[in-house]
Design a binder for this molecule. Structure first.
Ligand SMILES: Nc1nc2c(ncn2[C@@H]2O[C@H](COP(=O)(O)OP(=O)(O)O)[C@@H](O)[C@H]2O)c(=O)[nH]1
Ligand SMILES: [Mg+2]
Length: 287
């Protein structure tokens, strides 16, 4: 700003003009509530192997997708946090399963699991196969898995790898044990006609998994233009544990931790809990 032409700037600063906030009209919408819920997502634990995942009785939702499909961006956008899922492009750093807790601070009602992206061109074959095995194991046998969110680049549709991944969970999607939500990402890059066609093609692929019991949905999604974000948050929130269950599990969890602490450093439990880290017992994925 040019001072000379604004003598007013020499006087006491004037209050910054702000557009008055529109008065709130009534209670929050379901979409707003769901976004507030998703915003509570916080980092919980990272596991390099499936048997390092904690035993979990909460519904667990796995985010999967080909590398570069927009998975990290989608998670960050849903949680309205800039860096919840690390958008690292380095394959070596992303080959972990990261768990997040979602829901109220004292009683989470869901876990999100960010699974390694698949289909990196740069990864050597042996590493690729190993990680496909980890994903297959997780998707096939993780008991707490109650939903899968699969990110598919809307411009490319389902690739062979995307279909292979779906095969791992297909039995449990068909019998309704695992719900499936497909996000057609980067939808801002499609025009109306292309969007319709992308949806149609996805529905055709997913039709093969559809049964009386299955719960499968697909939506266009754009982190950039905020398309589908609130809808996705609403769907995920509807998969969360009911409050009574979440509170009962949290209470049981606190009690178990207190009992372990009471045992002291020489008890069966070994070292006393230092309090900075998850205190869940570690057990195989199928437990
Ligand atoms: N135009 C557009 N680009 C996106 C969107 N979401 C992600 N991207 C871009 O796609 C690339 C891959 O995204 P990223 O979240 O890292 O993918 P990931 O490998 O699946 O985790 C990045 O360059 C993002 O900026 C979107 O909604 N619209
Ligand atoms: Mg990523």
């Amino acid at each position: 700003m040019n001072r000379a032409s604004h003598p007013a700037s020499k006087r006491a600063p004037r209050p910054v003009h702000k557009t008055p906030q529109a008065p709130r009209r009534g209670p929050a919408t379901p979409g707003e509530l769901a976004l507030a819920w998703a915003h509570s997502a916080r980092f919980y634990i990272t596991a390099a192997k499936i048997d390092q995942l904690p035993f979990n009785e909460l519904p667990e939702v796995a985010f999967v997708g080909r590398s570069n499909a927009g998975k990290s961006t989608a998670i960050n956008t849903l949680a309205q946090q800039r860096q919840l899922a690390y958008a690292s492009k380095k394959p070596g750093r992303t080959q972990h399963i990261n768990l997040f807790r979602v829901g109220s601070m004292d009683a989470a009602d869901m876990l999100w699991a960010d699974l390694p992206g698949y289909g990196y061109a740069a990864v050597e074959r042996a590493a690729k196969i190993r990680w496909q095995q980890v994903m297959a194991n997780y998707l096939e046998i993780r008991r707490s898995l109650s939903g899968v969110v699969q990110m598919i680049d809307s411009r490319h549709g389902f690739t062979e790898l995307d279909r292979q991944l779906l095969e791992f969970v297909a039995p449990r999607v068909r019998n309704g044990e695992v719900k499936l939500l497909v996000l057609l990402t980067k939808a801002d890059k499609l025009n109306r006609k292309e969007s319709t066609e992308a949806l149609r093609q996805a529905q055709e692929v997913l039709g093969e998994l559809s049964t009386e019991e299955s719960d499968i949905s697909v939506t266009l999604f754009s982190a950039l233009k905020k398309v589908g974000v609130a809808d996705v948050a609403e769907i995920l929130k509807s998969w969360a544990a009911p409050p009574e269950l979440a509170q009962a599990l949290a209470a049981a969890h606190r009690q178990a931790a207190a009992e372990r602490d009471a045992e002291g450093p020489y008890g069966d439990g070994g070292a006393a809990d230092n309090g900075d880290g998850p205190d869940d017992e570690v057990s195989p994925a199928g437990a």
